[in-house]
Design a protein. Structure first.
Length: 258
């Protein structure tokens, strides 16, 4: 691996909100309000995208689209997406403060990365309005990146577009994409990194792709835990990940600087 100048982290599922449950809960509730019961797999598949894009993607899913048409008499389009997003946003804003705690090991890992001279950037699928809640809540618990950018800062061209990463590089004064690593917990994160030309890495434990609470993960047997980790790793590698790490501590130990 090239020597690294900066790590650009995702937020929910990567550095905060173990298992990425705040948006899952809000997506489930908003679709239920319209009589559609999405599966966990349907909710998590687009995770990491700008949230309106996430809703658009779900509405285009064949099963959800059929259910909607049977219930409401039309194929859902942009008007429906905007209505769902307005409800989703309010639901998410009301619970984000409950899902902004740093994941285990994050604060110490970031401290060690900074001691190595590595800068800490971040991108997200959340909007600025959502981040106005998440950022100070996480900071009060000890996690604060050097910079963060949401899709609002790049004309709503969120993941898999690479532009939030480029804004990070600009703000951090970085010139070499080969000395930057993007770390996230979804396929969308991996694609964002690949499209930017930086190293792209998946984080397994506490990820949206794994989809378990901390308690659920910790109560798994060693055999079940290994199976879940390997399944999640396979998803990241299939998406093109350059690296996959079980934990952020493992990531920190692997990075070179200088």
């Amino acid at each position: 691996m090239s020597k690294i100048d900066a790590v650009i982290f995702d937020w929910a599922g990567t550095t905060v909100d173990f298992g990425c449950f705040a948006p899952v809960r809000a997506f489930m509730e908003v679709f239920r309000e319209y009589g559609v019961e999405p599966t966990i797999e349907e909710v998590r598949e687009p995770m990491g995208m700008l949230k309106i894009d996430h809703i658009r993607t779900m509405l285009r899913m064949p099963r959800i689209s059929r259910c909607w048409e049977e219930l409401h008499g039309n194929v859902p389009g942009e008007e429906e997406a905007q209505k769902l997003f307005a409800i989703f946003e309010e639901k998410l804003l009301s619970i984000l403060h409950l899902h902004s705690d740093p994941k285990p090991g994050v604060v110490d890992t970031v401290k060690k990365l900074r001691e190595k001279g590595i800068k800490i950037g971040s991108t997200t699928g959340y909007t600025d309005r959502m981040m106005d809640i998440v950022v100070p809540a996480a900071a009060s618990k000890g996690y604060e990146p050097d910079v963060w950018f949401s899709p609002d800062s790049v004309g709503e061209k969120g993941r898999p577009y690479p532009y939030m990463i480029f804004r990070n590089m600009e703000a951090l004064g970085l010139t070499d994409v080969h000395r930057v690593i993007k770390v996230g917990d979804t396929v969308s994160d991996i694609k964002e990194g690949k499209n930017a030309g930086v190293l792209s890495a998946g984080i397994i434990v506490g990820s949206s792709e794994m989809g378990l609470t901390q308690e659920e993960f910790e109560t798994l047997s060693a055999e079940e835990r290994e199976k879940k980790c390997l399944q999640t790793e396979a998803k990241f590698l299939a998406a093109g990940a350059d690296k996959v790490y079980r934990t952020l501590e493992e990531l920190e130990k692997s990075l070179q600087t200088g």
